[in-house]
Design a protein around this ligand. Structure first.
Ligand code: GLA
Length: 387
């Protein structure tokens, strides 16, 4: 939907008049460094072109009214003066959580009308929830005439996801949606939130995303279970070495030695995280050096580790990643995001995009009877006010 269509729809739902603003918040794809963020480790995401686009307007009262072009029947209303509760429809829990988080942080908020519209698939593992959260926060701040730095804003949005969507996520998604830079991927140290922006030369490599169309649901409990298993691993290593605060602090040697002593499932979860951290920083080095074959090889290893050690892949993602690697000019491919469905990401020579798209469309349809959504994307800027 283009801006004039969204503005028209906003007026139809909320009435004409007043100063309208437009905020955009991109989705994200993680190139490598998966399930490392809540282990104080390294992630390497970039913000992508599909986005949540928000039209908003200040109200004279303390009410919040929300609508979405994705769910045309719902108009959700709540007051900023009472405790903000979770509830139905579930999509509104993200903005509810953000409003509660901003108020809780002492930010005075005016009432607001918001219309959300999406070019970002929901449940595709591309952080439509983080985009909605960060977009809502930027919309509120715009209307309130306030600024906030990206780290603080991302942390408030993460808390909203924990408390209102009940997903105990790490900080990666909210941070990249808030802080992304055009034409760069972001290597972030999730311990101190320091970031390094690494250019992606679009003349040399293209990032292709393939949505398996298998719904990615993190509220199912598997995500929280993985976090719990990592914590069990931390306890084990802490008993051996009191300096260990998170899996980030466990060395490859320590995890190798623990094989056979540590419970096998916990061992594999920890082994994934520890090896993935190294792959993420190595990957960034390879990208800087333009060593794309080697970067691609790390993506393939990451996928194997997520399937075997972390057990968050599925047949569809395994199939897409393996088939992608059969296409000439594809450097690497792997599942991206939390897992259990969602998308894969591939690093590809520009001239291979077409053949990759054709190959995956045909083979995936033949194998699973589903047409995947495939698109190439550039790295974009994080959430911003457009109007
Ligand atoms: C989800 C979470 C992130 C991160 C990834 C896995 O996207 O929201 O915090 O843990 O899964 O890397």
């Amino acid at each position: 939907m283009n801006d004039s269509a969204i503005l028209r729809e906003f007026t139809e739902i909320f009435g004409a008049g007043g100063g309208l603003h437009i905020v955009r918040a991109p989705g994200r794809v993680n190139l490598i460094g998966e399930h490392t963020d809540y282990n104080d480790g390294f992630v390497f995401p970039m913000a992508i072109e599909p986005e949540v686009r928000i039209v908003c307007r200040s109200r004279g009262d303390q009410q919040v009214k929300l609508a979405s072009t994705m769910f045309p029947k719902d108009v959700v209303e709540f007051s900023l003066q009472a405790k903000i509760e979770r509830g139905e429809p579930s999509w509104a829990n993200y903005p509810r959580g953000v409003a509660a988080g901003l108020l809780g942080a002492g930010i005075p908020l005016p009432g607001i009308d918001i219309l959300f519209s999406n070019t970002l698939p929901v449940g595709g593992g591309l952080s439509s929830s983080a985009a909605m959260e960060v977009g809502t926060a930027r919309a509120f701040l715009k209307i309130a005439g306030l600024e906030m730095d990206n780290n603080r804003l991302a942390l408030i949005c993460q808390k909203a996801e924990h408390e209102y969507a009940l997903v105990p996520c790490g900080i990666m998604d909210q941070m990249i949606v808030a802080s992304g830079q055009a034409d760069h991927a972001m290597l972030m140290d999730c311990r101190d939130l320091s970031k390094q922006f690494i250019p992606i030369d679009a003349n040399e490599v293209v990032v292709v995303i393939v949505n398996s169309m298998v719904k990615h649901e993190l509220t199912g409990g598997e995500y929280a279970e993985r976090r719990g298993q990592c914590e069990a691993g931390v306890k084990f290593f802490q008993a051996l070495d009191p300096h260990v605060k998170a899996l980030r602090d466990v060395t490859l040697e320590q995890i190798t030695t623990a094989h056979g002593t540590l419970d096998d499932v916990i061992w594999r979860r920890c082994h994934h995280v520890i090896t993935e951290n190294k792959r993420a920083t190595d990957f960034a080095d390879k990208l800087v050096a333009h060593f794309y074959e080697e970067a691609g090889e790390l993506m393939v290893q990451s996928h194997e580790s997520l399937g075997h050690d972390y057990e968050v892949s599925c047949d569809e993602l395994d199939f897409l990643s393996a088939e992608a690697m059969k296409v000439k000019g594809v450097y690497g491919a792997r599942m991206t995001g939390g897992g259990f469905g969602g998308s894969i990401v591939a690093l590809v020579q520009p001239r291979a995009v077409e053949s990759l798209t054709k190959h995956l469309r045909e083979t995936y349809l033949a194998r699973f009877g589903i047409t995947p959504d495939i698109f190439a994307t550039k790295a974009t800027q994080g959430a911003s006010v457009v109007l």
